[in-house]
Ligand binder design. Structure first.
Ligand code: CAO
Length: 418
Protein backbone atom coordinates (compact mmCIF):
# COMPACT_ATOMS: atom_id res chain seq x y z
CA UNK A 1 0.00 0.00 0.00
CA UNK A 2 1.22 3.51 -0.80
CA UNK A 3 2.50 5.35 2.25
CA UNK A 4 0.13 8.16 3.18
CA UNK A 5 1.59 11.70 3.04
CA UNK A 6 1.21 12.49 6.76
CA UNK A 7 2.57 9.21 8.12
CA UNK A 8 5.04 9.93 10.92
CA UNK A 9 3.27 13.19 11.91
CA UNK A 10 2.07 13.09 15.52
CA UNK A 11 -1.02 15.12 16.29
CA UNK A 12 -2.50 15.80 19.72
CA UNK A 13 -6.19 16.34 19.10
CA UNK A 14 -7.37 18.43 22.03
CA UNK A 15 -10.63 19.33 20.29
CA UNK A 16 -14.35 18.85 20.71
CA UNK A 17 -17.70 19.24 18.98
CA UNK A 18 -17.19 19.81 15.23
CA UNK A 19 -14.79 22.55 14.11
CA UNK A 20 -11.62 21.03 15.59
CA UNK A 21 -12.50 17.34 15.11
CA UNK A 22 -13.32 17.85 11.40
CA UNK A 23 -9.78 19.16 10.90
CA UNK A 24 -7.95 16.48 12.86
CA UNK A 25 -10.07 13.70 11.33
CA UNK A 26 -8.76 14.64 7.91
CA UNK A 27 -5.18 14.68 9.22
CA UNK A 28 -5.82 11.12 10.44
CA UNK A 29 -7.27 10.00 7.09
CA UNK A 30 -4.07 11.06 5.37
CA UNK A 31 -1.78 9.16 7.69
CA UNK A 32 -1.10 11.28 10.81
CA UNK A 33 -1.16 9.54 14.20
CA UNK A 34 -4.00 11.53 15.76
CA UNK A 35 -4.45 11.16 19.50
CA UNK A 36 -7.74 12.51 20.83
CA UNK A 37 -7.31 13.75 24.41
CA UNK A 38 -10.62 13.74 26.26
CA UNK A 39 -12.10 14.29 29.71
CA UNK A 40 -12.38 10.97 31.60
CA UNK A 41 -15.99 11.76 32.49
CA UNK A 42 -17.89 11.55 29.22
CA UNK A 43 -15.18 12.70 26.81
CA UNK A 44 -16.08 14.87 23.83
CA UNK A 45 -19.64 16.11 24.44
CA UNK A 46 -20.73 14.86 21.02
CA UNK A 47 -20.33 11.24 22.18
CA UNK A 48 -23.48 11.83 24.14
CA UNK A 49 -25.35 14.33 21.95
CA UNK A 50 -28.27 13.34 19.69
CA UNK A 51 -27.81 9.63 20.37
CA UNK A 52 -29.87 7.26 18.22
CA UNK A 53 -29.09 4.45 20.70
CA UNK A 54 -28.79 5.29 24.42
CA UNK A 55 -25.86 2.92 24.93
CA UNK A 56 -23.46 3.80 22.16
CA UNK A 57 -21.53 6.82 20.99
CA UNK A 58 -23.62 9.16 18.85
CA UNK A 59 -23.10 9.42 15.10
CA UNK A 60 -22.23 13.06 15.74
CA UNK A 61 -19.04 11.79 17.39
CA UNK A 62 -18.23 8.82 15.16
CA UNK A 63 -18.62 10.82 11.94
CA UNK A 64 -16.03 13.39 13.07
CA UNK A 65 -13.49 11.24 14.88
CA UNK A 66 -12.70 8.26 12.66
CA UNK A 67 -9.15 6.89 12.36
CA UNK A 68 -8.10 8.47 15.71
CA UNK A 69 -6.93 7.01 19.05
CA UNK A 70 -8.44 8.15 22.37
CA UNK A 71 -6.64 9.00 25.60
CA UNK A 72 -9.05 9.86 28.44
CA UNK A 73 -7.18 11.97 30.98
CA UNK A 74 -7.84 14.84 33.37
CA UNK A 75 -5.37 17.42 32.11
CA UNK A 76 -6.19 19.77 34.97
CA UNK A 77 -4.56 17.45 37.52
CA UNK A 78 -0.75 17.73 38.02
CA UNK A 79 -0.33 14.11 36.85
CA UNK A 80 -2.47 14.71 33.77
CA UNK A 81 -0.57 17.87 32.93
CA UNK A 82 2.68 15.92 33.20
CA UNK A 83 1.36 13.41 30.65
CA UNK A 84 0.38 16.31 28.36
CA UNK A 85 3.87 17.77 28.70
CA UNK A 86 5.44 14.47 27.65
CA UNK A 87 3.08 14.21 24.68
CA UNK A 88 3.65 17.82 23.62
CA UNK A 89 7.44 17.45 23.78
CA UNK A 90 7.26 14.75 21.09
CA UNK A 91 4.33 16.03 19.01
CA UNK A 92 4.37 17.78 15.66
CA UNK A 93 0.93 19.38 15.95
CA UNK A 94 -1.46 20.26 18.79
CA UNK A 95 -4.99 21.36 17.89
CA UNK A 96 -7.57 22.83 20.29
CA UNK A 97 -10.93 24.56 20.03
CA UNK A 98 -11.89 25.22 23.64
CA UNK A 99 -13.66 28.33 24.88
CA UNK A 100 -11.44 31.43 24.99
CA UNK A 101 -8.93 31.26 27.86
CA UNK A 102 -9.41 27.54 28.61
CA UNK A 103 -5.90 26.56 27.44
CA UNK A 104 -4.34 29.33 29.56
CA UNK A 105 -6.37 28.23 32.59
CA UNK A 106 -4.95 24.72 32.15
CA UNK A 107 -1.41 26.13 32.07
CA UNK A 108 -1.10 25.21 28.39
CA UNK A 109 -0.61 28.73 27.02
CA UNK A 110 1.34 29.31 23.80
CA UNK A 111 4.49 30.47 25.64
CA UNK A 112 4.63 27.25 27.66
CA UNK A 113 3.99 25.10 24.58
CA UNK A 114 6.81 26.84 22.70
CA UNK A 115 9.17 26.39 25.65
CA UNK A 116 8.42 22.68 25.77
CA UNK A 117 8.66 22.17 22.00
CA UNK A 118 9.81 24.97 19.66
CA UNK A 119 9.00 22.80 16.63
CA UNK A 120 5.37 22.41 17.71
CA UNK A 121 2.65 23.67 15.39
CA UNK A 122 -0.26 24.87 17.51
CA UNK A 123 -3.65 25.07 15.80
CA UNK A 124 -6.41 27.00 17.52
CA UNK A 125 -10.05 27.66 16.63
CA UNK A 126 -12.09 30.39 18.31
CA UNK A 127 -15.37 32.05 17.42
CA UNK A 128 -13.76 35.44 16.79
CA UNK A 129 -10.19 36.50 16.09
CA UNK A 130 -8.05 38.25 18.71
CA UNK A 131 -8.83 41.76 17.42
CA UNK A 132 -12.56 41.28 17.74
CA UNK A 133 -14.53 43.00 20.53
CA UNK A 134 -16.33 39.61 20.87
CA UNK A 135 -13.16 37.54 21.27
CA UNK A 136 -14.28 36.31 24.72
CA UNK A 137 -17.49 34.69 23.41
CA UNK A 138 -18.22 30.99 23.20
CA UNK A 139 -19.43 30.25 19.70
CA UNK A 140 -21.38 27.50 17.94
CA UNK A 141 -22.14 27.00 14.25
CA UNK A 142 -25.12 29.31 13.81
CA UNK A 143 -23.59 32.11 15.87
CA UNK A 144 -20.69 32.12 13.40
CA UNK A 145 -22.99 32.06 10.37
CA UNK A 146 -24.73 35.14 11.73
CA UNK A 147 -21.52 36.99 12.55
CA UNK A 148 -19.79 36.04 9.29
CA UNK A 149 -22.32 37.62 6.92
CA UNK A 150 -23.89 34.36 5.73
CA UNK A 151 -27.21 34.63 7.59
CA UNK A 152 -28.02 38.23 6.62
CA UNK A 153 -27.61 37.31 2.95
CA UNK A 154 -29.40 33.92 3.03
CA UNK A 155 -33.14 33.34 2.76
CA UNK A 156 -35.95 35.35 1.22
CA UNK A 157 -36.33 39.13 1.29
CA UNK A 158 -39.61 38.96 3.22
CA UNK A 159 -38.26 36.52 5.84
CA UNK A 160 -35.69 36.71 8.64
CA UNK A 161 -31.93 36.08 8.31
CA UNK A 162 -31.51 32.34 7.71
CA UNK A 163 -28.73 29.89 8.49
CA UNK A 164 -27.57 27.21 6.09
CA UNK A 165 -27.79 23.49 6.81
CA UNK A 166 -24.16 23.21 5.67
CA UNK A 167 -21.63 23.63 8.50
CA UNK A 168 -20.12 26.88 7.29
CA UNK A 169 -19.10 27.78 10.84
CA UNK A 170 -17.84 24.42 12.05
CA UNK A 171 -16.46 22.04 9.44
CA UNK A 172 -15.57 24.91 7.13
CA UNK A 173 -13.44 26.48 9.88
CA UNK A 174 -11.82 23.09 10.44
CA UNK A 175 -10.92 22.91 6.76
CA UNK A 176 -9.38 26.38 6.88
CA UNK A 177 -7.34 25.29 9.89
CA UNK A 178 -6.25 22.17 8.02
CA UNK A 179 -4.85 24.32 5.20
CA UNK A 180 -3.06 26.46 7.80
CA UNK A 181 -1.54 23.47 9.58
CA UNK A 182 -0.25 21.93 6.35
CA UNK A 183 1.32 25.28 5.38
CA UNK A 184 2.94 25.46 8.82
CA UNK A 185 4.37 21.94 8.33
CA UNK A 186 5.91 23.04 5.01
CA UNK A 187 7.23 26.20 6.68
CA UNK A 188 8.74 24.15 9.52
CA UNK A 189 10.57 21.95 7.01
CA UNK A 190 12.26 25.11 5.74
CA UNK A 191 12.85 27.01 9.00
CA UNK A 192 12.90 24.31 11.66
CA UNK A 193 10.41 26.41 13.67
CA UNK A 194 6.85 25.72 14.76
CA UNK A 195 4.19 28.42 15.00
CA UNK A 196 0.67 29.18 16.14
CA UNK A 197 -2.05 28.88 13.46
CA UNK A 198 -5.31 30.54 14.49
CA UNK A 199 -8.61 30.52 12.60
CA UNK A 200 -11.78 32.19 13.76
CA UNK A 201 -15.20 30.91 12.76
CA UNK A 202 -16.38 34.41 11.86
CA UNK A 203 -13.43 34.82 9.47
CA UNK A 204 -13.91 31.40 7.90
CA UNK A 205 -17.62 32.08 7.25
CA UNK A 206 -16.80 35.48 5.80
CA UNK A 207 -14.26 33.90 3.48
CA UNK A 208 -17.11 31.88 1.96
CA UNK A 209 -19.35 34.97 1.87
CA UNK A 210 -16.79 36.83 -0.26
CA UNK A 211 -19.22 37.47 -3.15
CA UNK A 212 -21.61 39.23 -0.78
CA UNK A 213 -18.88 41.70 0.19
CA UNK A 214 -18.42 42.18 -3.56
CA UNK A 215 -22.14 42.95 -3.81
CA UNK A 216 -22.02 45.43 -0.91
CA UNK A 217 -19.48 47.54 -2.76
CA UNK A 218 -21.39 47.33 -6.05
CA UNK A 219 -24.60 48.32 -4.25
CA UNK A 220 -22.95 51.36 -2.68
CA UNK A 221 -21.71 52.45 -6.09
CA UNK A 222 -24.78 51.94 -8.31
CA UNK A 223 -27.67 51.62 -5.86
CA UNK A 224 -28.97 48.27 -7.11
CA UNK A 225 -27.81 44.72 -7.87
CA UNK A 226 -28.80 43.70 -11.37
CA UNK A 227 -28.87 39.92 -10.75
CA UNK A 228 -31.03 40.03 -7.60
CA UNK A 229 -34.79 39.32 -7.85
CA UNK A 230 -35.39 42.80 -6.38
CA UNK A 231 -34.19 44.30 -9.68
CA UNK A 232 -35.82 46.09 -11.40
CA UNK A 233 -39.23 45.96 -9.70
CA UNK A 234 -38.33 46.05 -5.99
CA UNK A 235 -36.43 48.33 -3.65
CA UNK A 236 -32.84 48.14 -2.38
CA UNK A 237 -31.73 49.38 1.02
CA UNK A 238 -28.16 50.23 1.97
CA UNK A 239 -27.02 46.64 2.68
CA UNK A 240 -26.92 43.49 0.53
CA UNK A 241 -30.41 41.96 0.71
CA UNK A 242 -31.40 38.32 0.84
CA UNK A 243 -31.76 37.09 -2.73
CA UNK A 244 -33.76 33.88 -2.30
CA UNK A 245 -32.50 31.26 -4.73
CA UNK A 246 -30.91 33.65 -7.20
CA UNK A 247 -27.49 32.74 -8.55
CA UNK A 248 -24.57 34.45 -6.84
CA UNK A 249 -22.70 35.08 -10.08
CA UNK A 250 -23.70 36.70 -13.34
CA UNK A 251 -25.96 33.82 -14.48
CA UNK A 252 -29.59 34.00 -13.29
CA UNK A 253 -31.09 30.82 -11.87
CA UNK A 254 -33.81 29.57 -9.55
CA UNK A 255 -35.14 26.45 -7.85
CA UNK A 256 -38.05 25.24 -10.01
CA UNK A 257 -40.92 22.84 -9.37
CA UNK A 258 -41.03 19.51 -11.17
CA UNK A 259 -43.66 16.78 -11.43
CA UNK A 260 -44.80 15.68 -7.97
CA UNK A 261 -43.76 18.81 -6.05
CA UNK A 262 -47.17 18.90 -4.34
CA UNK A 263 -46.29 15.76 -2.34
CA UNK A 264 -42.51 15.58 -2.47
CA UNK A 265 -40.71 18.50 -0.79
CA UNK A 266 -37.64 17.86 -2.94
CA UNK A 267 -39.24 17.51 -6.39
CA UNK A 268 -37.30 20.49 -7.72
CA UNK A 269 -34.32 21.25 -9.93
CA UNK A 270 -31.93 24.17 -9.96
CA UNK A 271 -32.09 25.76 -13.39
CA UNK A 272 -29.50 28.22 -14.70
CA UNK A 273 -30.09 30.61 -17.60
CA UNK A 274 -26.54 30.62 -18.88
CA UNK A 275 -26.03 33.73 -21.00
CA UNK A 276 -23.81 32.08 -23.62
CA UNK A 277 -26.24 29.15 -23.92
CA UNK A 278 -29.48 31.12 -24.32
CA UNK A 279 -30.28 29.79 -27.81
CA UNK A 280 -30.19 26.14 -26.76
CA UNK A 281 -31.89 26.89 -23.43
CA UNK A 282 -34.82 28.55 -25.18
CA UNK A 283 -35.06 25.56 -27.54
CA UNK A 284 -34.91 23.08 -24.65
CA UNK A 285 -37.84 24.64 -22.82
CA UNK A 286 -40.00 24.88 -25.93
CA UNK A 287 -39.64 28.62 -26.61
CA UNK A 288 -37.33 28.85 -29.64
CA UNK A 289 -39.02 32.15 -30.59
CA UNK A 290 -37.36 33.80 -27.56
CA UNK A 291 -33.95 33.52 -29.23
CA UNK A 292 -34.68 36.37 -31.63
CA UNK A 293 -37.43 38.18 -29.68
CA UNK A 294 -35.87 41.46 -28.43
CA UNK A 295 -37.87 41.11 -25.18
CA UNK A 296 -35.94 37.91 -24.39
CA UNK A 297 -32.79 37.80 -26.50
CA UNK A 298 -30.41 39.54 -24.04
CA UNK A 299 -29.88 39.20 -20.27
CA UNK A 300 -30.81 42.86 -19.83
CA UNK A 301 -34.13 42.30 -21.62
CA UNK A 302 -34.81 39.10 -19.67
CA UNK A 303 -34.18 40.44 -16.16
CA UNK A 304 -37.46 42.45 -15.82
CA UNK A 305 -39.41 39.33 -16.85
CA UNK A 306 -37.22 36.74 -15.16
CA UNK A 307 -40.03 35.29 -13.02
CA UNK A 308 -42.29 35.09 -16.06
CA UNK A 309 -39.54 33.02 -17.73
CA UNK A 310 -39.16 30.78 -14.67
CA UNK A 311 -42.94 30.26 -14.64
CA UNK A 312 -42.84 29.21 -18.30
CA UNK A 313 -40.06 26.73 -17.48
CA UNK A 314 -42.13 25.34 -14.61
CA UNK A 315 -44.99 24.74 -17.06
CA UNK A 316 -42.54 22.78 -19.23
CA UNK A 317 -41.36 20.87 -16.12
CA UNK A 318 -44.88 20.02 -14.91
CA UNK A 319 -44.97 16.55 -16.52
CA UNK A 320 -41.30 15.67 -15.89
CA UNK A 321 -39.67 14.31 -12.76
CA UNK A 322 -36.54 16.12 -11.63
CA UNK A 323 -34.41 13.29 -13.03
CA UNK A 324 -36.19 13.27 -16.40
CA UNK A 325 -35.85 17.04 -16.64
CA UNK A 326 -32.11 16.94 -15.99
CA UNK A 327 -31.70 14.14 -18.54
CA UNK A 328 -33.32 16.32 -21.20
CA UNK A 329 -31.58 19.53 -20.19
CA UNK A 330 -28.10 17.98 -20.14
CA UNK A 331 -28.53 17.41 -23.92
CA UNK A 332 -28.90 21.19 -24.27
CA UNK A 333 -25.93 22.00 -22.01
CA UNK A 334 -28.11 23.71 -19.40
CA UNK A 335 -26.29 23.95 -16.02
CA UNK A 336 -28.78 22.21 -13.74
CA UNK A 337 -29.16 19.49 -11.09
CA UNK A 338 -31.94 17.78 -9.17
CA UNK A 339 -32.45 18.98 -5.59
CA UNK A 340 -31.31 15.85 -3.75
CA UNK A 341 -32.64 14.79 -0.38
CA UNK A 342 -30.29 13.25 2.22
CA UNK A 343 -32.13 9.96 1.62
CA UNK A 344 -31.24 10.09 -2.06
CA UNK A 345 -27.63 11.02 -1.26
CA UNK A 346 -27.30 8.18 1.26
CA UNK A 347 -28.40 5.68 -1.40
CA UNK A 348 -26.59 7.19 -4.38
CA UNK A 349 -24.45 4.45 -5.99
CA UNK A 350 -22.11 6.94 -7.69
CA UNK A 351 -21.30 8.68 -4.40
CA UNK A 352 -20.55 5.24 -2.89
CA UNK A 353 -18.34 4.29 -5.88
CA UNK A 354 -16.27 7.45 -5.55
CA UNK A 355 -15.79 7.01 -1.81
CA UNK A 356 -17.58 10.30 -1.08
CA UNK A 357 -20.15 8.36 0.95
CA UNK A 358 -18.62 5.40 2.78
CA UNK A 359 -19.88 2.64 5.00
CA UNK A 360 -17.78 2.23 8.15
CA UNK A 361 -17.73 -0.49 10.78
CA UNK A 362 -17.97 0.87 14.34
CA UNK A 363 -17.37 -1.12 17.51
CA UNK A 364 -20.66 -1.78 19.26
CA UNK A 365 -22.71 -0.16 16.51
CA UNK A 366 -22.06 -2.10 13.32
CA UNK A 367 -22.14 -0.32 9.99
CA UNK A 368 -22.99 3.33 9.50
CA UNK A 369 -22.57 5.88 6.73
CA UNK A 370 -20.19 8.78 6.76
CA UNK A 371 -18.85 11.32 4.30
CA UNK A 372 -15.47 10.24 3.01
CA UNK A 373 -12.78 12.42 1.50
CA UNK A 374 -14.11 14.95 -0.99
CA UNK A 375 -10.52 15.31 -2.23
CA UNK A 376 -9.48 12.60 -4.69
CA UNK A 377 -5.81 11.80 -5.21
CA UNK A 378 -4.36 9.70 -8.01
CA UNK A 379 -1.75 8.01 -5.77
CA UNK A 380 -3.66 7.22 -2.59
CA UNK A 381 -7.13 6.88 -1.09
CA UNK A 382 -7.85 7.09 2.64
CA UNK A 383 -9.10 3.97 4.38
CA UNK A 384 -11.86 5.31 6.63
CA UNK A 385 -12.17 3.31 9.83
CA UNK A 386 -14.25 3.54 13.00
CA UNK A 387 -13.86 6.10 15.80
CA UNK A 388 -12.22 5.19 19.13
CA UNK A 389 -14.22 4.38 22.23
CA UNK A 390 -13.60 6.76 25.15
CA UNK A 391 -10.14 5.98 26.57
CA UNK A 392 -9.70 2.99 24.26
CA UNK A 393 -6.00 3.74 23.85
CA UNK A 394 -5.22 5.20 27.28
CA UNK A 395 -3.07 2.27 28.37
CA UNK A 396 -1.33 1.93 25.01
CA UNK A 397 -0.42 5.64 24.96
CA UNK A 398 0.80 5.70 28.59
CA UNK A 399 2.91 2.62 27.85
CA UNK A 400 4.45 4.42 24.88
CA UNK A 401 5.32 7.29 27.25
CA UNK A 402 7.07 4.86 29.65
CA UNK A 403 4.38 4.40 32.33
CA UNK A 404 4.31 0.89 33.77
CA UNK A 405 1.24 -1.10 34.82
CA UNK A 406 1.45 0.06 38.47
CA UNK A 407 1.68 3.71 37.53
CA UNK A 408 -1.31 3.37 35.21
CA UNK A 409 -3.32 1.57 37.91
CA UNK A 410 -2.52 4.46 40.29
CA UNK A 411 -3.77 7.03 37.75
CA UNK A 412 -6.92 4.94 37.30
CA UNK A 413 -7.50 4.69 41.05
CA UNK A 414 -7.21 8.49 41.36
CA UNK A 415 -9.68 8.89 38.43
CA UNK A 416 -7.07 10.79 36.42
CA UNK A 417 -7.42 8.44 33.47
CA UNK A 418 -10.26 6.32 32.17
N1 CAO B 1 -9.35 17.37 31.37
C1 CAO B 1 -9.78 18.34 32.22
N2 CAO B 1 -10.47 19.39 31.80
C2 CAO B 1 -10.76 19.46 30.49
C3 CAO B 1 -10.35 18.50 29.58
C4 CAO B 1 -9.61 17.39 30.06
N3 CAO B 1 -9.19 16.39 29.28
N4 CAO B 1 -10.79 18.86 28.35
C5 CAO B 1 -11.45 20.02 28.51
N5 CAO B 1 -11.43 20.40 29.79
C6 CAO B 1 -12.04 21.57 30.38
C7 CAO B 1 -11.54 22.87 29.82
O1 CAO B 1 -10.29 23.18 30.32
C8 CAO B 1 -12.64 23.81 30.26
O2 CAO B 1 -12.40 24.17 31.61
P1 CAO B 1 -12.61 25.69 32.17
O3 CAO B 1 -13.94 26.14 31.65
O4 CAO B 1 -12.59 25.49 33.65
O5 CAO B 1 -11.50 26.49 31.67
C9 CAO B 1 -13.88 22.94 30.25
O6 CAO B 1 -13.40 21.60 30.12
C10 CAO B 1 -14.89 23.19 29.16
O7 CAO B 1 -14.27 23.54 27.95
P2 CAO B 1 -15.08 23.87 26.62
O8 CAO B 1 -14.32 24.84 25.82
O9 CAO B 1 -15.43 22.59 25.93
O10 CAO B 1 -16.36 24.64 27.16
P3 CAO B 1 -17.88 24.62 26.82
O11 CAO B 1 -18.44 23.24 26.67
O12 CAO B 1 -18.52 25.46 27.82
O13 CAO B 1 -17.95 25.36 25.39
C11 CAO B 1 -17.75 25.71 23.04
C12 CAO B 1 -18.00 24.70 24.17
C13 CAO B 1 -17.68 24.95 21.71
C14 CAO B 1 -18.86 26.75 22.97
C15 CAO B 1 -16.40 26.41 23.29
O14 CAO B 1 -15.41 25.43 23.42
C16 CAO B 1 -15.98 27.37 22.21
O15 CAO B 1 -16.48 28.47 22.07
N6 CAO B 1 -14.94 26.97 21.42
C17 CAO B 1 -14.34 27.81 20.44
C18 CAO B 1 -15.16 27.91 19.21
C19 CAO B 1 -15.50 26.57 18.63
O16 CAO B 1 -14.65 25.80 18.24
N7 CAO B 1 -16.78 26.33 18.51
C20 CAO B 1 -17.19 25.25 17.63
C21 CAO B 1 -17.73 24.15 18.25
S1 CAO B 1 -18.54 23.26 16.99
O17 CAO B 1 -20.09 23.92 16.98
Amino acid sequence: MTELPLSGIKVIDFTGVQAGPACTQMLAWFGADVLKVERPAGGDVTRNQLRDDPDIDALYFTMLNSNKRSLAINTKSPEGREVMEKLIRQADVLVENFAPGAMDRMGLDWETLQKWNPRLIFGSVKGFNEDSPWNDLKVYENVAQCAGGAASTTGFWDGPPTVSGAALGDSNTGMHLLIGLLLAVIDRDKTGKGQKVAVSMQDAVLNLSRVKLRDQQRLEKVGYLEEYPQHPHGEFGDAVPRGGNAGGGGQPGWVLKCKGWEDDPNAYIYFTLQEQNWKRTAEAIGHPEWVEDPDYSTPLARQPRIFEIFEAIEKWLADKTKYEAVDILREFDVPCAPVLSMKEIANDPALRRSGTVVEVEQKGRGKYLTVGSPIKFSRFKPDIQGAPLLGEHTEEVLNELGYDADAIAGLRADKIVA
